[in-house]
Design a protein around this ligand. Sequence first.
Ligand code: NAP
Length: 266
Amino acid sequence: MDTTTRGKALITGASSGIGAIYADRLARRGHDLILVARNEQRLSEVAQRIRATTGRSVSVVAADLGKPADLARVESILREDTQIDTLVNNAGFGAVVPLLEADVERMEEMIGLNVTALTRLVYAAAPGFAQRGQGTIINIASIVAIEPELLNGVYGATKAYVLALTHSLQHELGDKGIRVQAVLPGATATEFWDVAGMGHENLPAEWVMRADDMVDAALAGFDMGEVVTIPPLQDGSEWTAYESARKAMSGHLTHAAPAARYLQPA
Ligand SMILES: NC(=O)c1ccc[n+]([C@@H]2O[C@H](COP(=O)([O-])OP(=O)(O)OC[C@H]3O[C@@H](n4cnc5c(N)ncnc54)[C@H](OP(=O)(O)O)[C@@H]3O)[C@@H](O)[C@H]2O)c1
């Protein structure tokens, strides 16, 4: 275990699942922690366990990131605590219900947490990171960012936003000492699936990764310098080819003339 302090990490959604494992792993890597979620009791249990096993300083902030006042409180912490050098934007939820059968109020709530809260926390953290010339932003997206047909479509769209935002953050902040990473987990054995409406026990076992394996692989990807890490993708060259195709097309996406296929014969 590393006993030097490496700065402070603020992790959202740290009361369970992937966020609680990030908390453990970042503490073992030498980070002090600020853990954020709604359930204070569960947060305190995670914090207590990590203090006992790592000796790190761990504080908890009970906040509902879907509520503007609570979100503003967490934004202030990110702006004011200059010891924070890592933000893990992990809090989020999904749904399995088909797009048009889903309750639009719940969809808006999902956008509020997965998109709006994540964006506001990036805006709160990034200027200080840039000013200090160091910082890390890890955004937990999902494989549905590139396969939105798999689960609820709004969920997929929120995660496509997280992936696109991460590409842009890398483009704009990558040369300012800021590390940015989007993590795209596949099915992972957490309470996510109960919240989404179908326990992961109902999925084929060969699809479902353990949360600690997912986080350890994501951190391995981070250590390798990846901007996008997809722990379950067995053949990494498939992502490289996808990105190469996207980048090749990027040079052809604006033109004064409509493409010939859209020109109607007179
Ligand atoms: N599990 C998967 O298969 C999977 C796959 C791809 C991506 N992901 C993504 O991974 C991330 C973590 O999910 P998980 O799998 O670890 O599920 P999880 O165990 O349900 O964790 C979700 C975390 O977010 C917190 N949270 C939920 N609503 C919140 C709110 N309004 N304000 C603050 N915190 C809130 C929850 O804590 P409280 O209830 O205490 O607030 C919990 O700590 C999510 O962004 C999810 O979309 C998961």
